[in-house]
Design a protein around this ligand. Structure first.
Ligand SMILES: [Zn+2]
Length: 183
């Protein structure tokens, strides 16, 4: 099996196979440097494009390097990613013909980018490269923001009584009876 990188109809460059691949075959490893997640967040905060792949329980990421990082997302992919001993492998989920572009679902999360629109062109395109869980999470956040805005708007509608405000002094004297001004 030989993979090549060339321009893709989906996005920029893509990864193509020059030979047929059988379903279940391990295509390529998602290689790269292992970086602790919290370090990566700081290290790559200003970088325009990051290819980080979470491994383990999410405290480590792989800073993608090599052919696998050119594999584009598709909502109807011909590959999937599998983790084994904190290594990520791209595995064919169906038979792939020679010259086909390899794709897998990115299942993105923890992204600051609002524009995660998908252009994969699949019939069942979900319209986003975000994972389903992340889409749900973002909906929740958006709903919360809406609710907070509503609450703020409601707070603005609060009115003050315009009449005389009667202050009860009883509570004051109850608290500190020793300091009463009786003398
Ligand atoms: Zn899509």
């Amino acid at each position: 099996m030989a993979l090549i990188i060339r321009s893709s109809a989906i996005h920029a460059a893509g990864c193509y196979t020059t030979t047929p691949i059988r379903k279940g075959e391990r295509v390529v490893e998602y290689g790269g440097k292992r970086v602790p997640k919290d370090k990566a967040d700081i290290l790559y905060q200003d970088r325009f494009v990051t290819y980080l792949f979470c491994v383990g329980n999410g405290d480590k990421v792989i800073d993608g390097f090599g052919q696998a990082m050119f594999i584009n997302h598709s909502c109807d992919p011909n590959c999937e990613t599998q983790e084994e001993d904190e290594r990520i492998y791209v595995v064919a989920v169906r038979d792939i013909a020679a010259d086909e572009e390899l794709t897998y679902e990115y299942n993105l999360y923890d992204s600051d980018d609002d524009d995660m629109r998908c252009y994969c062109g699949a019939k069942k395109c979900r319209g986003t490269m975000l994972g389903e869980e992340e889409v749900k999470r973002r909906k929740k956040v958006a709903a919360k923001k809406k609710l907070a805005a509503k609450k703020r708007a409601a707070a603005k509608k609060l009115v003050k009584p315009r009449g005389k405000v009667v202050k009860k002094s009883a509570t004051k004297s109850k608290k500190q009876p020793t300091k009463s001004k009786s003398r």
